[in-house]
Ligand binder design. Sequence first.
Ligand SMILES: C[S@@+](CC[C@H](N)C(=O)[O-])C[C@H]1O[C@@H](n2cnc3c(N)ncnc32)[C@H](O)[C@@H]1O
Length: 255
Amino acid sequence: MRQISIIGIGTGNPEHVTIQAINVMNAADIVFIPTKGVEKDGLAEVRRDICRRYVTNAATRLVEFAIPKRATAGKTYVESVDDWHAAIAGSYVKLIEGLPEGGKGAFLVWGDPSLYDSTLRIIERARQAGAPEFELSVIPGITSIQALAASHRIPVNLVGKPVEITTARRLLADNDRAESTIVMLDGEQAFSKIDDPDAEIFWGAYLGTEDEIILAGRLGDISEEIVRTRAEARARHGWIMDIYLLRKGRDFDDL
Ligand SMILES: C[S@@+](CC[C@H](N)C(=O)[O-])C[C@H]1O[C@@H](n2cnc3c(N)ncnc32)[C@H](O)[C@@H]1O
């Protein structure tokens, strides 16, 4: 039976890659590298760099494959994601078919596969769609949440309090949020649209890479600076990935 490993590679610093991940890459016949078009080539380049540094087994081949773009015209959000996943699952079926019987394939996933990443869902979809039989294993990686917390030198939770992980879309739609809320996938600077000037924000972009930028402060004081910094960085690089923690309250403030 074929074996597929889904490997978390961290968020841009090649030193995030674990020894377990390196061992699994070197045991693979093929390491699959997803590409997402010219504007996101920086992300594929991080993956190539990781392979150049750590894949020492001459028998391991690197195979790049293009992730199709998500078509949104005339579709609800759910429909467009569903169709997109189906298209990617179709690509996975072909990649798995390209492995020899008993062969090992590894997919490199940004951060950790458990966090706002659909590789595990889509690989199961590829199985349903008739991919050759395979065993699946997952190698954990450092998430953007850990990278954010490390760069700001903070814990993500207040003592004994919950942490919510959400998207910009939800931040704007939901009225309540936890004392510590981590916001991902924010293309609309949702932090600048909420009315909570006394909240603290810990923001980070390109975390783990040499282009990393971090800013922190009272939302009412720093929101505009983050919007400006983000726009400039996005224009310079052609793409951006950012994440932030919104915090209300202090340790022990309810005792
Ligand atoms: C599709 S999710 C993937 C998350 C990833 N699986 C992880 O473990 O962090 C992409 C979002 O993760 C966050 N992200 C990932 N890498 C990042 C980085 N290097 N710097 C800042 N944010 C990052 C951003 O919020 C981005 O919109």
